[in-house]
Design a protein around this ligand. Sequence first.
Ligand SMILES: Nc1ncnc2c1ncn2[C@@H]1O[C@H](COP(=O)(O)OP(=O)(O)OP(=O)(O)O)[C@@H](O)[C@H]1O
Ligand SMILES: [Mg+2]
Length: 347
Amino acid sequence: MAKKLKRSYKFALRSSLYITLFATVLLVALLYAFGIKHVELPIIFTAICFLFCFFILQIRVERFIYQRVKKIYDDVTLLDVSDFQNYPITTDMATLTKEIEKFATNKKLEIETLKIRENYRKEFIGNVSHELKTPLFTVQGYILTLLDGAMEDKHIRKKYLNRAEKGVERLIYIVRDLDMITKLETGDLNLDREEFNIIELVQSVFDLLEMKAAKKDISLAFDMQYANPILVVADKERIQQVLTNLVVNSIKYGRENGTTEISVENLIRNKVIVRITDNGEGIQKENIPRLFERFYRVDKSGSRREGGSGLGLAIVKHIIEAHNEKIYIESEYGVGSEFSFTLEKAK
Ligand SMILES: Nc1ncnc2c1ncn2[C@@H]1O[C@H](COP(=O)(O)OP(=O)(O)OP(=O)(O)O)[C@@H](O)[C@H]1O
Ligand SMILES: [Mg+2]
């Protein structure tokens, strides 16, 4: 009970007791000094004095503390003032302390998240400018050489202009990927779901990449003959992009004379799983968890030779996740890799 008593009451009670005690003793002494003999008077006086002191003190103390606490709430504008006004103000500062602690923890968390995001942003901008610099300088280099006189030689002119064009192409490719990833990350990209035959789509991706694969003597094939169409529901254009990125990777990181094989299997009642398997260089275990990060490349120099910027798989993952589907990777270093993703079957 005593514990439950508000500390402000305790304070007012004690103080009024002291004042009353002093005043009563003084009154009794004065009465005695003036020779007045009265028993009720001191008792009535004590009662009134005590009650009066108690109320005045209690109200004043509450006011005093309320104003100060309110000032703290006002100064720390981010504390929720409504929280404070809901309680009758108590003079033990428990509520305020608790509020401030809560506030501090929240702020700490918020600051940490902001710091992480800020680092991410810095890293992203660093990566972007780094990626853009190489082709830009290449293009500039060729143009400057041409202007410095190389233009006169018809043969060199054509060669350098072609190289400059390759650089510009690469720039466009990076900017397009960046644009795509930004849209995917901000959720600005609306999926245009439709029903289509995934086998046919895979075949068209194979057709488009046939030349690229032929340069490394890589064969692009299905694991078996798919006589019947397999209908799925998804954004066809985006899934084509996913397939293209995965098949291009299997060619880029595949070995000469290798194979890239695609299979489409039923997974559960309403899902199919598309697997893209290659027998290329494979990926070391420690690199697998970071593979889907933007700009992440396993072998920087190797990928650079292939002209990758490390955005391909990040885009693939975003697209698959936007479809609420899953993407998996299995790879053994030196043996090959398998990327697979699920899709919804048409009803
Ligand atoms: N099939 C694969 N076999 C071996 N390594 C792979 C395969 N696919 C991806 N990787 C590794 O994963 C890294 C990231 O791939 P990602 O497609 O994101 O980037 P990239 O191919 O380097 O560039 P981009 O696709 O943007 O042109 C690659 O640099 C490569 O090292
Ligand atoms: Mg790639």
